[in-house]
Design a binder for this molecule. Structure first.
Ligand code: 13P
Length: 285
């Protein structure tokens, strides 16, 4: 484990999150080296812990091994704690390979499975993660994608969530409170009463997915009401794409590296704003 301490590469339990301390760590999806660099630059500048998250589409795009290696290489240069996380895996074997490559945190997404199957598979992943000194996240309730509205039945049931955490031993649990994955502009609000009830009953850190689409004041309230990890993907992609488009239009003859630098700066700036919103600035131990 020595190399992890030296490199500031930690699991999510080691990021300093506390049940009663109202700040949340940002989970930022990274798709290439430039995203990893942008996130870690913001983390160091803000003295904020951060999570580099690797999702299924990004693995399909560039490969699990190169993407984890890119995250590790950038995390090695960080002087604040960083975790490397596998996001929304539905494949236990992929989780195993990722742990062998050195990720420090994994999510098994069994939210679409029948409850008993979700419990059984998540439990298997938790054991595997803990064997590697990594943390594991599960999900109860469904956070939909795209334009699907959140229905009442998709929201997390508190009793079910309590049972899920007890039976699986997950370190973190993702809950459905009204957010939707993949929104390009913020418009969603969250059920803060439901969140308060979940926080009161569950001591494991609660995770908000689909945060790009949630109104800032609702994110702020969610942190005050018990959310401790916040997942952001689409918002960073939008920020990067807008910056690249502006750069390419303004300087069509610029060198490609100069264009990529604009993308990295836009990602770092968007991540910094989220760190302020999540109250994670200066929380690095
Ligand atoms: P957004 O793309 O909506 O920010 O969601 C990110 C997410 O929840 C990743 O797990």
């Amino acid at each position: 484990m020595i190399w992890r301490i030296v490199l500031n590469l930690v699991n999510v339990n080691e990021l300093g999150l506390r049940y009663d301390d109202n700040w949340a760590v940002g989970h930022f999806n990274v798709h290439n080296l430039e995203f990893a660099r942008g996130v870690v630059t913001a983390a160091c500048e803000n003295r904020s812990p951060a999570i580099l998250a690797v999702g299924m589409l990004s693995i399909k795009y560039i490969g699990l091994k190169p993407l984890v290696a890119a995250c590790r290489a950038v995390a090695e240069e960080s002087d604040v704690p960083v975790a490397i996380h596998i996001d929304h895996s539905r494949d236990v074997e992929l989780v195993r390979r990722a742990l062998e490559l050195g990720v420090t945190s994994v999510m098994f997404d069994g939210s679409a499975l029948p409850f008993e199957e979700n419990v059984a598979k998540t439990k298997e992943v938790v054991a595997m993660a803990h064997d590697h000194g990594a943390t594991a996240e599960g999900e109860v309730g469904i956070v939909p994608h795209g334009t699907d509205p959140v229905s009442e039945k998709d929201m997390t049931d508190p009793d079910m969530a309590v049972e899920f955490v007890e039976r699986t031993g997950v370190d973190l649990v993702a809950v459905s409170l009204g957010s939707i994955h993949g929104m390009k502009t913020a418009g969603a609000s969250l059920d803060q009463d439901l969140l308060r009830a979940l926080h009161q009953k569950i001591k494991a850190p609660l995770v908000l997915h689909g945060a790009s689409g949630v109104l800032d004041e609702h994110v702020k309230d969610a942190v005050a009401n018990g959310i401790r990890k916040i997942n952001v993907n689409t918002g960073l992609q939008v920020a990067c794409k807008n910056a690249l488009t502006a750069q390419l239009n303004a300087s069509p003859d610029s060198g490609l590296l100069q264009d990529f630098e604009c993308g990295i700066a836009a990602i770092a700036s968007a991540v910094s704003k989220k760190m302020v919103l999540f109250n994670s600035v200066n929380k690095a131990a």
